[in-house]
Design a protein. Sequence first.
Length: 91
Amino acid sequence: MKPRETTMHVAIIGGGLAGPCLAHGLRRAGFQVTLYERDSAPTRGQGYRIHIAPEGNRALHDCLPEHLHRLVLATTGVSGSAWSSPTPATT
């Protein structure tokens, strides 16, 4: 995805799982991005034990800076332990 001659500014509403990933991907593609989240708490005490399919992990790999994707992989649980870890990305 290549931005036009004039850089477009994109507003993303919602800082759940997809919002920050989308923001990183758009910034990497050269867009200006502002991410809005109405909840001011850094953690919301909700949501846990998500499963990221191989396609989702590839999207994370493609959108996140390398150091953040390594952090995702380093902080996931072990598959089958009631916490699913993403399948390593293939490049």
